[in-house]
Design a protein. Structure first.
Length: 232
């Protein structure tokens, strides 16, 4: 009865995603720590950079708030607000410029009606439900030998992969917009600064790739369990 819970094949599916996720976290954390210590030549804090970029690109309606924690910076399309962590908001660093510009890139996506972002925002409620109801239905179906119920759970959980895949172009596009904004506004003027910004943003992007791989491997594991049960 507990075969579905403790099948040792789980580790074969989970290990690649786990390794990639740990590597992604290492990359983003190391790049963030390194370039948080490197001052930008404009000597402008993240908060000041946000205000300038929003003004320069005609997005003065975007609200700026402070967020607690580290690397908690984000843009909330629901109320058109930018949330900056304390270190990013108050530090005149290369890392702060990259993170701020990236989040403003998301604000630009909303303003421009960027299709992948619109789609991602639209499917959030469905994915939130499917991400916890799906595994529950799958498990109950496996324990009660109800293959159709497990299949429904699998389909519901598959929304997490769709969300992760839609997120990739959203994040890559925001990073491209960030570098362009910073260059055009004269906030980064050297190759070293651009290299630092790209290092921080590419590290963050890798975490989204890892999330997509994790969702894919989990789905493949569910398919493996379901196909094995049906062969019995």
């Amino acid at each position: 009865m507990y075969w579905a819970l403790f099948n040792p094949m789980y580790f074969l599916f989970a290990l690649p995603a786990l390794i990639l996720g740990m590597y992604a976290q290492f990359k983003v954390q190391s790049a963030y720590r390194k370039y948080l210590q490197v001052p930008n030549r404009a000597r402008i804090t993240g908060m000041e950079a946000a205000q300038r970029l929003l003004r320069n690109y005609g997005m003065g309606e975007v609200k700026i708030n402070q967020a607690g924690g580290t690397l908690t910076d984000h843009y909330d399309p629901r109320d058109n607000s930018l949330h900056l962590s304390q270190h990013v908001a108050n530090t005149p660093s290369v890392a702060a410029l990259g993170i701020v510009a990236h989040e403003i890139g998301h604000a630009m996506q909303k303003r421009d009606g960027y299709v992948p972002m619109t789609l991602r925002t639209a499917i959030v409620p469905v994915v939130q439900i499917g991400s916890w109801v799906g595994p529950l239905l799958f498990l109950v179906g496996m324990l009660l030998a109800l293959a159709d119920l497990s299949l429904i759970g699998l389909l519901l959980f598959s929304g997490t992969l769709v969300f992760a895949l839609v997120t990739l172009p959203v994040e890559f596009n925001a990073s491209n917009r960030a570098v362009a904004m910073l260059t055009q506004s004269g906030l980064i003027v050297s190759e070293e600064e651009e290299r630092g910004v790209r290092a921080v943003l590419s590290g963050a992007a890798l975490t989204y790739v890892a999330a997509a791989v994790q969702a894919l491997m989990t789905i493949l594991y569910y398919v493996f369990l379901l196909s094995g049960r049906r062969r019995r």
